[in-house]
Design a protein around this ligand. Sequence first.
Ligand code: UDP
Length: 324
Amino acid sequence: MRILVCGGAGYIGSHMVKILNSQGHTVTIFDNLSTGHAQAAPAAQLFAGDLLDKESLARLFKAHNFEAVMHFSAKSLVGESMTNPSAYYTNNVIGTINLLDAMQAHQVHRFIFSSSAAIFGPPQQKTINEEHPCRPINPYGRTKLMVEHILKDYHHAYGIRSVSLRYFNAAGADPEGKLGESHTPETHLIPNILKSLINGHGGLKIFGNSYETPDGTCIRDYIHINDLCSAHLLALNFLDNNDGVFGFNLGNGNGFSILEVIAAAEQVTGHKIKFEYAPPREGDPARLVADSSLTRRLLGWKTQYTGIEEIISTAWNWHQKPRY
Ligand code: UDP
């Protein structure tokens, strides 16, 4: 299939491109390289441009006869979205509208959207399924939910079929060690834990220790990047036989507190990890754990990496020899 991958030089998008290439798809990457890395994308496939530049998008769609679009380009930091919502609404909402309009103009009708657990807001149950109310508590989550609403209207009016995949916490790295997670500044927990070991200066901070969780630190559902990617392939196939707008949750269904993740990282690396407590980060819910049974049932999704140690060990492999 001829697939456009927006954000294909970023953390999740680059892993997706590698898998699509290995399966023989014809992939074009569109990325503004604001947080992505040119080194993470095969040069011949990379088209540098911004979703806010409609002319660049028009040229891209004119030059390729895309059959489907996967959209990973977004600003994705909860804390930053609280202090700079303008950047989030502009990039994540307006950018996506521009992309959908280009799809509509060129008769491309299959769309896989990187959504987020942040659309749900504070959990009403232990695990979050697709029926859970959507009450995001930060601008980042609101941008993702807005796009999910837009997708309903674009299906109704223009026939664009879509699957929104609500990621819980993407983690880990390419098991071959060629790709991994590299952000500047790094804000995510697992890379920060591993980098605190590698730089030798420690400096790891735990944001908040009085949440309503058993050990007081936030609980998240960490899901391996390749498992996330496999769901995208299944979602694409699903759209062949299902005309509509769908949303699926992607997580392992197991929650780990920050202290538990640190203990698992100590197991994997064999090193003691030092940390200090810092005030909670604005916009962080106490607990986010997925119920992905619908995804497993309807898409036939199976996760390969179910243990937190396994996930951390692929990340540890990358962080010891990062290529970018
Ligand atoms: N966190 C932390 N120290 C860090 C990075 C993250 O304590 O250096 C916490 C963060 O506040 C949240 C959890 O770890 O409770 C997961 O954060 P991350 O940024 O990895 O993912 P998010 O859940 O925000 O998407």
